[in-house]
Design a protein around this ligand. Structure first.
Ligand code: BGC
Length: 256
């Protein structure tokens, strides 16, 4: 199925994990994809190759979502290269574990800048162009079950994701009249590099798996299916909501 033929998508953090899965899915379904990464280019190259193998088109852009010039460059590149930017997936994210009383200013600033400030200003740049061109659009934020649920040891992460939830709710109202929808996808425990230490700690992993009613970690593909739905025509009347993809974890949470 090529649901996104003629559409252009920007996916941040598309060089690994959930972002890679989303970029590949949208690309394989026909979207032209701006593959954003920061750091190592190998993952982004893999993403681009997977899209091209499926007959799609990708364009790798190195952009740090915490920098205004970089987020503007992402949107400008989409318009220059592909003629528009119809779908924005704010996926890039980081987490830092520490007791609340040990959390450093630098860690707090990094988590908030990548997870909340980045989506705020990238969405602003994305919306400005659509508003000027009088075109509709789709925004999907990759949030977390922790936009709603506590995560002891990760207070800054919870702040960022809780903020992303309210940003999404507010923008659903502000952007609706422009024909732009915005929703959050809230993954639970997904097997990706952000969970590296958990995946390597067998007792901790087994304890977590016991709390997941579906009995396994999620995959980037599990998340990508929901993002593709929200970016598609089927979701034309869907805005202002969070969609949880967690194998039932949120109804049964005990991670520590
Ligand atoms: C975090 C993971 C955590 C999962 C479930 C995610 O948002 O990134 O570290 O395991 O939520 O608690």
């Amino acid at each position: 199925m090529r649901r996104f033929q003629g559409k252009v998508a920007i996916v941040t953090g598309a060089g690994s994990g959930i972002g890679q899965g989303i970029a590949e899915r949208l690309g394989c379904e026909g979207a032209k994809v701006i593959v954003d990464y920061v750091g190592s280019p190998e993952g982004a190259k893999q993403t681009e190759e997977a899209i091209e193998k499926a007959g799609g088109e990708g364009k790798i852009v190195q952009a740090d979502v915490t920098r205004i010039n970089d987020v503007e460059c992402l949107v400008d590149t989409a318009w220059q290269q592909f003629g528009s930017a119809d779908i924005l997936v704010n996926n890039a994210g980081v987490e830092k574990k520490s007791e609340f009383w040990e959390t450093t200013e630098a860690d707090y600033d990094l988590v908030m800048s990548v997870n909340l400030r980045g989506p705020f200003f990238l969405t602003q740049a994305f919306v400005r162009r659509l508003r000027d061109a009088k075109r509709p659009g789709r925004i999907v934020n990759i949030s977390s079950v922790h936009e709603d649920m506590v995560f002891p040891g990760f207070a800054s992460y919870c702040c960022s994701k809780g903020g992303l939830r309210m940003l999404m709710r507010d923008l659903a109202v502000e952007l609706g009249p422009l024909g732009i929808t915005i929703n959050n996808v809230a993954p639970g425990a997904i097997a990706t590099p952000i969970n590296k230490s958990l995946l390597e700690d067998k007792p901790k992993l087994n304890a977590l798996l016991k709390n997941i009613p579906l009995g396994r970690m999620g995959t980037p593909e599990d998340v990508a299916g929901m993002v593709a739905y929200l970016a598609s025509d089927d979701a034309a009347y869907v805005t202002g909501s969070t969609f949880v993809i967690d194998g039932g974890l949120m109804r049964n949470y005990k991670e520590q």
